[in-house]
Design a protein around this ligand. Structure first.
Ligand code: NZQ
Ligand code: ZN
Length: 391
């Protein structure tokens, strides 16, 4: 087990009607003017934006608004947001939405607080030293951006999707009312839950020989709980307990809790998905499901015991004659589960048929133009990445 540091500075306000507290939470930040940043329309249609602005009005907080964030949030809107905030003297950003809105808000925050072009920070040419503070009213259990140190933005010039991890962007507060997620389409509920699972699974498949027992059990419990809750939420979208379980798991799965004491895990599937999301504009969680089993079958021989543990403890699979057999049963069971909630387990199941040239391009971009490998459980180079996409 490794030594670790654990930092979760986000003030969580969780439960029914917690939205009414957002005005007071923003006022506590002592800011002059707020940008309310939101997405393509769901927050408007549901009346959530009105509730948020009324709460800010009641607390005497001044604000401007900028909507239009799309899934796989675009750099062009980030730039527009930076310009608007400079013009209006904004010093706090309130993200009303999911991972895409929160990430776009964090990117605007980076652009405001650091010199030069914000994209240079996503390209790792420069390291940001601060971020204009961000808070959120979360509307979907998925990316975990409400408590993570991450922001992922897509640059339309070249369709590059790139992530930036830095402690300074963590949300000051996260308002989480599970009833807000009742309006989610089934596909987004399932895609979001899959992303929640993958944030813990990518940490679980560590190259560490002796991961911390407590961390493993937290991870296994979280995964079992998300599998149960997503099925319940798909059956009854207004099942409060299921929605609450998913929403809290979204945060706990990506705030570092399920990775304490390990090497940080293996984020290959996320790296593989980011290229798919950048090029084909697919839902992030669905893209992860589409690559997971091909990745798993490729790397499992490096440590069948780890996959066998996952199979028996998370998926309830009966142990086979040896670890490899149990591991394979587990991968099959995971695929069956993804299908049962309407998720793909192949790229072709998302209505995409990349040519061989496309697959090589994806692999090339995934290695940052042949300058890096990905993964730790098994290190993958450009050829190995291509083979996984091809599978
Ligand atoms: O734009 P609107 O109209 O709001 O519709 C959204 C969007 O179409 C809809 N939606 C959200 N809340 C809703 C709702 N529809 C009805 N009722 C509600 N309550 O759902 C769709 C997806 O929203 P989005 O914000 O894109 O979802 P998600 O939270 O999955 O975020 C995905 C983005 O986050 C990145 C992904 O790569 C992707 O770009 N990630 C961010 C991470 C981070 N910052 O820590 C980590 C993740 O691994 C991930 O990479
Ligand atoms: Zn993710």
């Amino acid at each position: 087990m490794r030594s670790f540091e654990y930092n979760t500075p986000t003030h969580v306000v969780f439960g029914k009607d917690s939205v009414e507290k957002v005005g007071a939470l923003v006022a506590e930040q002592g800011c002059k003017k707020v940008l309310i940043h939101y997405g393509g329309g769901s927050a408007k249609r549901s009346g959530l934006l009105d509730r948020v602005s009324q709460s800010l009005d009641a607390s005497g907080v001044a604000y401007v608004m900028l909507g239009g964030v799309v899934p796989n949030p675009r750099l062009s809107l980030v730039r527009e947001g930076i310009d608007l905030c400079r013009k209006e003297g904004v010093d706090f950003i309130l993200a009303v939405g999911g991972g895409s809105v929160i990430d776009s808000s964090k990117a605007i925050g980076y652009g405001l607080a650091n010199p030069g072009d914000v994209w240079d920070y996503y390209l790792k040419k420069k390291i940001p030293t601060s971020c204009t503070p961000v808070g959120t009213v979360l509307t979907i259990a998925a990316a975990g951006s409400e408590m993570s140190n991450s922001s992922v933005i897509t640059n339309e010039a070249g369709w590059l999707k790139r992530g930036l991890n830095n402690e300074c962007c963590r949300c000051r507060f996260a308002v989480m009312d599970p009833t807000i997620t009742y309006t989610l389409p089934d596909y987004q509920t399932a895609s979001g839950a899959s992303d929640v699972m993958m944030h813990t699974m990518e940490r679980y498949f560590t190259a560490e020989s002796d991961p911390m027992g407590l961390t493993d059990e937290l991870a296994e419990g979280l995964l079992r709980s998300v599998m149960r809750d997503v099925q319940a939420a798909l059956k009854n979208p207004q099942d409060y307990d299921a929605r609450a379980g998913l929403m809290w798991a979204s945060s706990l799965s990506h705030n570092g809790l399920t990775g304490c004491g390990t090497d940080g895990g293996d984020w290959s599937c996320h790296q593989l998905e980011h290229e798919l999301g950048g090029k084909y504009d697919i839902a992030h969680g669905a893209g992860l499901c589409a690559v997971w089993s091909s990745w798993a079958r490729t790397v499992m021989p490096a440590n069948p015991a780890r996959f066998a543990k996952f199979a028996t403890r998370v998926l309830g699979v009966e142990a086979g004659a040896n670890d490899v057999e149990t591991a394979n049963r587990g991968i099959d069971a995971m695929e069956n589960f993804f299908h049962s909630i309407g998720m793909p387990t192949r790229i072709s199941e998302m209505g995409i048929t990349p040519s061989d040239e496309d697959l090589h391009e994806l692999a090339y971009k995934c290695t940052f133009m042949d300058t890096r490998t990905i993964g730790q459980f098994v290190v993958l180079d450009k050829e190995a990445i291509y083979e996984i996409y091809k599978k």
